[in-house]
Design a protein around this ligand. Structure first.
Ligand SMILES: C[S@@+](CC[C@H](N)C(=O)[O-])C[C@H]1O[C@@H](n2cnc3c(N)ncnc32)[C@H](O)[C@@H]1O
Length: 279
């Protein structure tokens, strides 16, 4: 399975927000229907934006499985319906899909707390159901847009953030939908504690190169590595072939690799990895 198109949740198609990427292959021309009086139609990055709710069956199921899952507005600081233990390191997986890695980490590290975020209702529900069945009290799954990250967490709240195999939006016209930009790196930097780690993995060489370009603006200048006054990252790991020296790469299992990573390894695609420390 080689991804040419990102995977959109079917249920998203019914939500009318001009900021949501259109379904792959859609030629539909979008009229700007923003109405400042209706928070559901504002830009996803607008602080006043509110999720519209949904008729999706799994949206209803998500309401009933709290606190293993939290959905939409209830994820946000203004209406937060979950608690964090300031004494336990907080890990956040962005685009966690069915939560496989987060679930496994939560099981292995009961003294740490884990949050997996994805916009897919069904996948988040199944992840939360597994957390409930396994009695994991340190894992929470959020059905939310990554574009709302700065309204979900407080500044300096997160210890580890992960972005594994983000949708590459490979076509020229789609590139504007890519998640990782300089602005997002700055947002992530602000949410991480000093010394916090941001780890990115992708199979997509061109997206990886564009990430490195976006990173240039927020990398610690060599002449002032630790005294940097601007928000900046230090590169801890940068490789375009993470598993090159591992003869058993095909045998790696979750959480050492993600679900998508296993598929890409089997396809012989090199895995790119970038690990950053917030200074
Ligand atoms: C290619 S999958 C990778 C899944 C997982 N990280 C892995 O490596 O197996 C990308 C995931 O990001 C989610 N995603 C993409 N854009 C998103 C957005 N704007 N907000 C929330 N989730 C998003 C998708 O639903 C999907 O589950």
């Amino acid at each position: 399975m080689r991804r040419n198109q990102p995977m959109m949740p079917k249920s998203e198609k019914n939500i009318k927000n001009p900021e949501l990427p259109k379904s792959p292959g859609s030629n539909e021309h979008h009229q700007d229907s923003r109405d400042p009086r209706d928070p559901k139609t504002l830009r996803l990055t607008d602080p006043a934006y509110r999720y519209p709710g949904s008729g999706n069956l799994y949206w209803k199921k998500l309401q009933a499985i709290k606190p293993f899952a939290i959905a939409d507005n209830a994820c946000e600081l203004a209406e937060r319906q979950f608690t964090l233990d300031p004494n336990r390191p907080l890990h956040v997986e962005l685009g966690c899909n069915g939560g496989h890695v987060t679930l496994e980490w939560a099981k292995q590290n009961p003294n740490h707390q884990y949050i997996g975020i994805d916009w897919k209702f069904k996948q988040i529900f199944f992840a939360a159901e597994k957390a409930q069945l396994r009695g994991l009290t340190n894992a929470t799954f959020m059905r939310a847009y990554l574009e709302r990250l700065q309204f979900i967490f407080s500044k300096n709240e997160v210890d580890f953030m992960y972005l594994f195999f983000p949708d590459p939006w490979p076509k020229k016209k789609q590139k504007k939908n890519r998640f990782l930009t300089t602005e997002r790196l700055l947002t992530i930097h602000s949410l991480l504690k000093t010394g916090g780690i941001f780890h990115i993995k992708t199979d997509h060489a061109e997206y990886f190169d564009s990430m490195l370009e976006e990173l240039k603006a927020v990398i610690a200048p060599p002449e002032k590595p630790n005294g940097a006054t601007e928000p900046s990252f230090e590169i801890l790991e940068l490789t375009k072939n993470l598993h090159e020296k591992n003869e058993n790469a095909r045998g790696l299992t979750i959480p050492d690799v993600t679900l998508f990573e296993r598929i890409f390894i089997k396809q012989g695609l090199p895995i790119h990895s970038l690990k950053l420390k917030a200074l």
